[in-house]
Design a protein around this ligand. Structure first.
Ligand code: KIV
Length: 268
C-alpha cells in the first residue's frame, strides 16, 4: 500500500540491516526530481539512478551511450528529492574499467556532485580490486552480477546467465571486496536463492526470482510507460502510456473543437 508519512533517511548500514530483519527490500529506478519524490513518498527503500536511463530516457538501444556527466546531472535531481530513500547512482561504462585510481576519482565525483550515498557498478570477480578500492576510499558500492547490460556485446545479447560457478564466484568476490549489496539480474531462481542464502549482504533481484532479499525494477516498466517491449519478469502495475495517450488526445480534441480553454481557464 502507498505511504506518505515522513521517515528517516535510510543509510547504507540500515539497508544491509534490512536483510537481517528479514524485510524484503524495495528498489526502483528514477531519473528526475518529480518521479523520485513520488517513489520516496510511496515508501521505496532505495532509488537507483540506473544507466537504464540511456534506454528509457534517452531512447538509446543499449545502456552504453550515457555519460558520467549525464548520470551526475540526473543523480543530483534524484538525491534532492529523496528524503527517506537511499540513493544509489550507476557508474556508466567505462568509468570503472580504467584502473582503481580513475574509478575512485570518477565515483568520488558522483558522490560529491550528486549527494547520493552509494554507487553501483557491473561486475563481481573481475571488478574485485575496483570495489575494494572504492570501499577503502569511503565510497559504498553495490555490485551487479548475472546479466550485465554494459557487456551486452560480449554476452551476445540480453540473455539469462546460467553459469552457476561463475555467478557464485562473482557474488562471493563482490562481498569479500566490501560491496554492501548486489544486484542479481536474469539468473535462474535456484542460483539466486543459493547466493542469497550464503551472502551476508542483501541480494536485489531483477528477473532472478522471489528468493532474493529484495527486488528492483525500472520504473517505466512497472508503470507501463514504455509502450513497447516489456521483459517477461516485469509486472505492470499501471498503463501510464495509455493514460497519457488518452489525456493528450482529449486535450488536442478540446483545443481543436474550441472547448479548451473554457470560461474558468482565462483572466479578464
Ligand atoms: O540500470 C539499471 O536500471 C539497472 C537495474 C535494472 C538493476 O541496473
Amino acid at each position: 500500500m502507498a505511504k506518505s508519512k515522513k521517515r528517516k533517511k535510510l543509510t547504507v548500514p540500515g539497508f544491509v540491516e534490512l536483510k537481517g530483519a528479514g524485510r524484503k527490500i524495495c528498489v526502483l529506478t528514477a531519473y528526475d526530481y518529480p518521479t523520485a519524490r513520488l517513489l520516496d513518498q510511496a515508501g521505496v527503500d532505495a532509488i537507483l539512478v540506473g544507466d537504464s536511463m540511456a534506454m528509457v530516457i534517452q531512447g538509446h538501444k543499449t545502456t552504453l551511450p550515457v555519460t558520467l556527466d549525464e548520470m551526475i546531472y540526473h543523480g543530483e535531481m534524484v538525491s534532492r528529492a529523496a528524503r527517506g530513500a537511499l540513493v544509489i547512482v550507476d557508474l556508466p561504462f567505462p568509468t570503472f574499467h580504467m584502473g582503481v585510481h580513475r574509478a575512485i576519482e570518477l565515483a568520488g565525483r558522483v558522490l560529491k556532485e550528486t549527494s547520493c550515498q552509494a554507487v553501483k557498478l557491473e561486475g563481481g570477480q573481475e571488478q574485485q580490486d575496483v570495489i575494494s578500492g572504492l570501499v577503502s576510499a569511503g565510497i559504498p558500492v553495490m555490485a551487479h552480477v548475472g546479466l550485465r547490460p554494459q557487456s551486452v556485446h560480449t554476452m551476445g545479447g540480453y540473455k539469462i546467465q546460467r553459469n552457476r560457478d561463475q555467478l557464485l564466484t562473482d557474488a562471493r568476490a563482490a562481498e569479500d571486496a566490501g560491496a554492501f549489496g548486489i544486484v542479481l539480474e536474469c539468473i535462474p531462481r535456484d542460483i539466486a536463492a543459493e547466493i542469497s542464502q550464503f551472502l551476508r549482504i542483501p541480494t536485489i533481484g531483477i528477473g532472478a526470482g522471489p528468493d532474493c532479499d529484495g527486488q528492483v525494477l525500472v520504473i517505466h516498466d512497472l508503470l507501463g510507460m514504455t509502450g513497447g517491449y516489456v521483459p517477461t519478469f516485469v509486472k505492470q502495475y499501471a498503463k501510464l502510456s495509455e493514460t497519457i495517450n488518452q489525456a493528450v488526445g482529449q486535450w488536442c480534441d478540446d483545443v481543436r473543437d474550441g472547448n479548451y480553454p473554457a470560461d474558468e481557464h482565462w483572466f479578464e
